[in-house]
Design a protein around this ligand. Structure first.
Ligand SMILES: [Zn+2]
Length: 297
């Protein structure tokens, strides 16, 4: 991509937008968690005391319609406590009111989302000329925000909440629609999308059924469906599955060797799939081309 003022300005603006959306995502993760725990209590599940106490402090009812509060003292946070990254640096990662550590999760989500927006624009694998191109980029970015939230949620609590997964499936449908439109609704394009769904969602569905929901939750099946629709390409779907397993081995192997992770340990597939999806979405075409050239000699 050529470096000029226009591109630089757009890249910076997108990065800042990402940081602010990341801030919203960080708060949403806790709000969704609160609703989940409330539901768990209602359904008769055991909820840890710490989680219960933290959640009590969140007085919210809906995801969008409230203000953030400190998870320790319950103090309502003002706008100047909530300036992404800067407030965290200024306050040294502590609550202004009770002095307790507020954790690294929020600034990490903000920085990741900002970087994701910046890199997506700079490294965008397709063209950015037509309205359809920009809609595609917007769908990719919106899905990325939800996926970063899901990444954190699944890592922390081994769960993929429906409230985030279904909108993702919706965005996937739009993305697949764009791919079909670009290929003049050619049958090969339809087959490619369906094969991708089969690869990413079908496999997890089989594992889910075979293990009685023990190894693979139904959330992974729905996430696989969303990711396959978003990628809208069988090769990219296959690459995502391959990379997810590769990352999984790299991440889990040290634990297995040191016997910290047993064969019966629960593995969250979500974060692995999501990380693999990001790589496939941006670098997938290049990786596949490189592989083809390499294997064809
Ligand atoms: Zn506090």
């Amino acid at each position: 991509m050529m470096v000029d003022m226009d591109h630089t300005a757009v890249a910076i603006a997108l990065c800042l937008l990402g940081v602010f959306l990341g801030s919203f995502t960080g708060a949403s993760v806790w709000r969704v968690r609160k609703r989940q725990l409330k539901q768990d209590v209602k359904d008769g599940y055991k909820v840890s005391e710490t989680a219960q106490r933290q959640v009590e402090k969140l007085k919210s009812k809906s995801i969008a319609k409230d203000r953030s509060v400190c998870l320790h003292c319950g103090h309502t946070l003002h706008w100047y406590d909530l300036v992404p990254i800067f407030s965290w640096i200024y306050l040294d990662g502590k609550c202004r009111y009770c002095g307790k550590k507020i954790g690294n999760m929020e600034p990490l989500i903000e920085i990741s989302t900002g970087l994701f927006f910046l890199l997506s624009y700079v490294l965008w694998p397709g063209t950015l000329n037509t309205a359809v191109d920009y809609i595609h980029l917007a769908v990719w970015l919106a899905a990325g925000v939800i996926l970063i939230g899901l990444f954190v949620y699944d890592t922390k609590w081994k769960l993929l909440p429906n409230v985030a997964v279904w909108p993702l499936v919706g965005l996937g449908a739009v993305s697949s629609g764009i791919a079909l439109y670009r290929n003049d609704f050619d049958i090969s394009s339809v087959i490619s999308i369906l094969s991708g769904v089969l690869v990413l969602s079908g496999l997890y569905f089989v594992l889910h059924r075979a293990s009685g929901g023990k190894y693979v939750g139904f959330g992974d099946v729905k996430l696989g469906l969303a990711l396959a629709l978003l990628l809208a390409d069988a090769r990219l779907a296959f690459l995502t599955l391959f990379l997810a397993n590769l990352i999984g081995v790299i991440v889990i192997l040290p634990g297995l060797i040191r016997r910290k992770v047993g064969m019966k340990s629960q593995v969250a597939f979500g974060p692995l799939l999501i990380a693999a999806y990001f790589i496939s979405g941006i670098f997938g075409a290049e990786i596949i081309n490189f592989y083809l050239i390499y294997t064809m000699g």
